[in-house]
Design a protein around this ligand. Structure first.
Ligand code: ADP
Ligand code: MG
Length: 450
């Protein structure tokens, strides 16, 4: 493996362990520039980033590299490939501002799996999430009785994870050790089921998830269609439910749109309390920016915050990412201007297309609708295929900018007019139809995730 490849693989690993805004802010522009005698030299764009990464992410980076190449013993950091003098690196203290910016993402509680940074107190309530918040607060008061299961759904980056982990932390805080809470992303649940089957240790797995008072499962859409996992989840669900234990679920869409989820589960979900988190309005976006800024002990001019709140409308994770980058620039350059923030915003809005190929887009659409990629690229005219195929056409244009003839060719050797029709129709429909919009956002997320 060459450096570039090794580093990209390591970054993939690292990205799973830190939040996306932090990844984009601190590590996106990093490089592995040298590796000798077990010392890996990582280059960062400026001193501020170097100190930051050195203090915060050294361990994660080292273990990611070590996983790939166990001869790695140590990491050194450098700015813009400038050579470092080994052993004489500056021993100065880190920037005090930088230490204030610690986002506590590594202190996940090993027992509950909860990240202490997600608390209900820091969840800002607006029109788009007030119902979900009220339901969350009610669950804290009456665990397992009032709203069971609680099903929170909505698009990417709208606060689902924050809210459901916030419930967990609040419960822990309020009832201490009298209540056992466990949070699990559904991918982790799936992995545990697979490992349980493989190692013939399903009993451990059952013990782990059925022996709690509150089970929080994030992004349930990922277990939909995975038979063994669904089956196991169904039994876990029933055991907990029958014992009046609280179940909290998040999903990128309402239960009825989880296409392959077994009906038994679907109706259980329908039978509880459902609440959505929608797109935040301007006031909520601005309030969130101000809160995050305060949490980090930082300041930025009002017009900069307004610009960010104005431009980043559909994803609070992106909103936070832009904020982090603005703070970063302020420290790195000792100055921040509206123009710089405009550039950051532009860069954020243009989704990264690097490394994404048409097949990934097609696969994401196929996975989302649970159809076969072969059908999408084939000539089948069934309604269940035609809709997804049009979305695939739209996304190939939107994400990758493919030409219409190329898109037509790729998806069933069709004429370029078919591709133009699909793109125009979808572009227009997405603006009117929230449901469709949510779907497209969820599919894009799948594309960028892989
Ligand atoms: P989702 O799980 O829906 O994809 P997250 O819960 O990860 O979204 O939210 C993305 C980011 O936005 C997190 O950093 C979260 O803290 C922040 N966030 C979302 N909603 C709110 C809110 N209402 N108040 C404060 N921060 C929020
Ligand atoms: Mg989430």
């Amino acid at each position: 493996m060459d450096f570039e490849q090794l580093w990209q693989t390591a970054l993939g690993e690292i990205e799973l362990q830190i939040s996306r805004p932090n990844y984009l802010t601190w590590l996106k522009h990093s490089k592995l520039v040298d590796k000798q005698e077990g010392i890996a030299l990582v280059s960062l764009p400026n001193n501020f980033a170097k100190e930051w990464v050195e203090n915060k992410y050294q361990k994660i980076i080292l273990s990611a590299l070590r996983n790939l190449d166990d001869s790695t013993k140590k990491i050194q950091f450098t700015v813009n490939n400038r050579p470092v003098q080994l052993n004489s690196s500056r021993k100065g203290r880190p920037d005090p501002k930088a230490t204030q910016l610690i986002f506590e993402e590594l202190k996940v509680d090993p027992e509950t799996n909860l990240n202490p940074r997600y608390i209900l107190n820091s969840f800002i309530v607006g029109k788009s999430n007030e119902l979900a918040y009220a339901a969350a607060a009610a669950v804290v008061e009456e665990i397992g009785r009032k709203y069971n299961p609680l099903f929170i759904y909505g698009g990417v980056g709208l606060g689902k994870t924050h809210l459901i982990q916030g419930i967990g932390n609040e419960i822990k805080n309020k009832y201490q050790n009298n209540v056992r809470v466990k949070y699990v992303p559904s991918e982790k649940f799936t992995n545990d089921v697979i490992a349980g089957i493989r190692n013939k240790r399903m009993e451990d797995m059952k013990e782990k998830y059925r022996n709690v008072d509150v089970l929080i499962i994030d992004d349930i859409q990922f277990i939909s269609g995975k038979e063994a996992t669904e089956e196991e989840f169904f039994h876990t669900f029933n055991t907990l439910y029958e014992n009046n234990k609280q179940i909290i679920i998040s999903s990128d869409r309402p239960p009825k749109f989880l296409p392959t989820l077994h009906e038994r589960l679907q109706s259980r979900f329908e039978g509880g309390m459902k609440a959505d988190v929608g797109y935040p309005d301007y006031e909520l976006r601005l309030a969130i920016l101000k809160t995050k800024l305060q949490e980090r002990g930082e300041e930025l001019p009002e017009n900069i915050l307004e610009l960010i709140a104005n431009k980043i409308q559909k994803n609070l994770r992106e909103l936070e990412g832009v904020l982090n980058q603005a703070i970063f620039h302020k420290h790195a350059r000792n100055n921040i201007t509206l123009k710089v923030v405009e550039e950051i915003v532009e860069e954020t809005i243009q989704q990264p297309t690097k490394n994404i190929n048409p097949n990934q887009v097609i696969k994401a659409v196929a996975d989302y609708f649970q159809v076969s990629p072969n059908d999408l690229v084939g000539r089948c005219r069934q309604k269940s295929i035609v809709g997804p195929r049009q979305i695939a056409m739209y996304l190939l244009r939107e994400i990758l900018g493919l030409s219409y003839p190329d898109i037509g060719q790729k998806l069933g050797k069709r004429d370029h007019t078919t591709a133009i029709y699909a793109f125009t129709k979808l572009s227009e429909e997405i603006n009117r139809n929230q449901d469709l919009n949510q779907k497209v956002i969820a599919i894009k997320d799948l594309v960028y995730k892989e």
